[in-house]
Design a protein around this ligand. Sequence first.
Ligand code: GH3
Ligand code: MG
Ligand code: MG
Length: 368
Amino acid sequence: MPSALLSAVCCPGPQVCCLLSAVRCLILAACRLHIFAAMPSSEPFVIAVVDDDPSVRQLLNIVVKRAGAIVLEAGTLAEGERILREYPWDVAVIDRLLPDGDGLELCKLVTAGTVESHRYVVILSGLQSHEEKMRGFEAGADEYIGKPIDPGEFAARLRGIRRSVTSQKTLMARLFMLEQLSVMDAMTQVYNYRFFDAEIRRYYDLAVRHQRALALAMVDLDHFKKVNDTFGHRIGDQVLIEISNMIAQGIRSSDVLARYGGEEFAVILPETNLEEAFMLAERLRGSIAGSILDVANGPTHLTVSIGVAAVSPHIGTPVRLVESADRALYIAKTEGRNCVRRYRPDADERRETWHSGPNNPHHPLVVR
Ligand code: GH3
Ligand code: MG
Ligand code: MG
């Protein structure tokens, strides 16, 4: 953890105390996962040179290699376009008067829509009037250098560019990691409720718009309180991690597993109808019930109850989908646990019971 960053976060003014403490928690959590060790500065620095003049390419090759970077070379616009598309690169040095067109076309192509990119584009050209330079910057160039090249000056500029590119890459990597952390449950390493809540709405909208199947399974550990009471909270945590791993192993990579809260997990099942979801849930339940838990000094066996529901004309909102899977889970609990129940929107009588009975439990999400 860089100490300057930590000390900045440690000295909040009174008004921003809460916000900074939240940021600090996130950063400390990131440190625990060693993400600050993953710095891109150790990565190779790649410079692509697109110039039809072999002597220019040779000179740049020497300067770039002396700076410890890797060089990619192209002599035409088409070849330049290919290498910039196919290889990872950090800096592109592009000539203007190429045999098959103006290098500005390539500049436009690689900078279009990449405002967040760490990449740096340098135009290197004999065309260096004010107007031509302005055309270069308008095409997206970060720098416009005139020919002939001064190798010493070019090397010095390259050092500055490298510092800027590297720090940008570092920031992007940290931002990516922090974004990942903000959607994960720290203990089980599956997605958290916040992510689930956004994703179920997104998947629901997609399913309705494209008339695709979508199901949801709610999985709750049976008598988990007893595990805590008997073996302690720490062992309870390990059991939760173990069960979340089992669920993750039993689903497809395209399914979305989240910790819904406490000892309850939600699995979004895209392209899955109610019967398929039921079969998957039943397989999951059976495999958990039949497994020996790998938790030292903890329980050897544990079961789960699962409720499943799927998008149908009767379930008109994502909240209703969650509510329906949760109702089915409630029925699974009341009908003995270690079983799977599905929400049947066509079973009107039962739906009435579930929705309007005096003992009907009101799930928090319905309120949220
Ligand atoms: P049921 O079969 O009806 O679901 O019974 P249960 O005991 O599993 O459910 P109940 O809602 O009565 O208790 C849930 C327990 O889960 C109580 C709570 O302390 C525990 N729990 C919730 N989150 C965590 C956690 O992060 N770690 C541990 N160790 N326990 C947790
Ligand atoms: Mg439970
Ligand atoms: Mg529960």
